[in-house]
Design a protein around this ligand. Structure first.
Ligand SMILES: [Fe+2]
Ligand SMILES: [Fe+2]
Length: 298
């Protein structure tokens, strides 16, 4: 896939864990409204993202009907949406409704060759488990892609290959699929700008020794922030899923740096605006930045 744009910068969005079809018989379900709110915000944005990465758990149950609903949300958008699969997705029904998405050996794994930044979509989904998977064939594809092109590259996948610290939704450091992925990433450290993931339903950043991992918060309700250990045999009534606002991320690639912002689709009270009251402050802050630049040049 080859989008066209400037060769030195790129602005794109990420959404994750949409879980459309959580209420299969209700087309106005909360998760659909949450997605509608996020997409409306991205469409109205100025500047507008060049494309959206949707990093898995696109739907809840993996039925053809779920993906039809999703397609109805994506089709009218003024930018492309590039999909990854997560543990709630199903390859067959996804391919039925999104047949144009490239695959490798049956997996939804492909390259987005933007002129400024290469994005490799990886398929970490397993039909058998909630956690990730990444077999030898997929690892060999990744190794070959990274070897073939030395351009700055972002890896996008559903499962973060690193623990969350949240006992019931995490990844083991030495799970075989993590070791397989880590081995390839480590070989191409100079090429990989960062890893964008989802699955944990919370914003999170990990300074992994091999690459920075950014976990985008979910469109669907969030996982509660509770870092205490859990005893599987003795429920303690703690919160697990909470109604924090639907979220998204914006990624700016410029000057050889990837900057990632998190936003939420929610109504906020505005405490300050750029008006006559803040005019002097804004002018001073901008002038100060230019002063610093001239000092550095002197
Ligand atoms: Fe999810
Ligand atoms: Fe997931």
């Amino acid at each position: 896939m080859e989008p066209s744009g400037p060769a030195d910068k790129l602005f794109f969005a990420q959404i994750t864990d949409l879980h459309i079809g959580f209420e299969p018989s209700n087309p106005f379900e909360a998760n659909q409204r949450r997605l509608d709110d996020v997409l409306a915000l991205l469409v109205a944005m100025d500047p507008r993202p060049a494309f959206v990465l949707a990093t898995g758990d696109l739907v809840e149950g993996g039925s053809v009907e779920d993906y039809q609903r999703l397609r109805r949300s994506f089709d009218p958008l003024p930018f492309p949406v590039y999909c990854c699969l997560g543990n709630h997705d199903k390859r067959g029904p996804f391919a039925t409704i999104f047949p144009e998405t490239p695959t490798f050996d049956g997996a939804v794994q492909y390259a987005i060759d933007d002129p400024a930044l290469r994005i490799l979509i990886l398929d970490t989904m397993s039909e058998e488990r909630h956690g990730g998977d990444f077999d030898d064939g997929l690892a060999a594809w990744l190794d070959a892609e990274l070897t073939a092109s030395p351009r700055p590259t972002v890896l996008a996948m559903h499962h973060p290959p690193t623990p969350s610290g949240i006992d019931w939704l995490t990844t083991g450091t030495d799970e075989p699929w993590v070791v397989r992925l880590r081995t390839v990433v480590d070989r191409h450290r100079a090429t990989i700008v960062g890893i964008l993931a989802g699955h944990y339903h919370r914003p999170m950043m990990t300074a992994w020794p091999h690459a920075t991992i950014f976990v985008c918060p979910s469109v669907a309700p969030r996982v509660a922030l509770d870092l205490r250990p859990m005893d599987a045999e003795h429920p303690d009534n703690r919160a697990m899923i909470v109604d924090e606002p639907p979220s998204f991320a914006l990624h700016q690639w410029a000057d050889g740096t990837l900057r990632s912002h998190i936003g939420t689709a929610a109504d906020y009270t505005v405490f300050a605006r750029h008006d006559d009251r803040t005019k002097a402050l804004v002018a001073r802050l901008i002038a100060e930045r230019h002063d610093t630049a001239s000092h550095a040049a002197a």
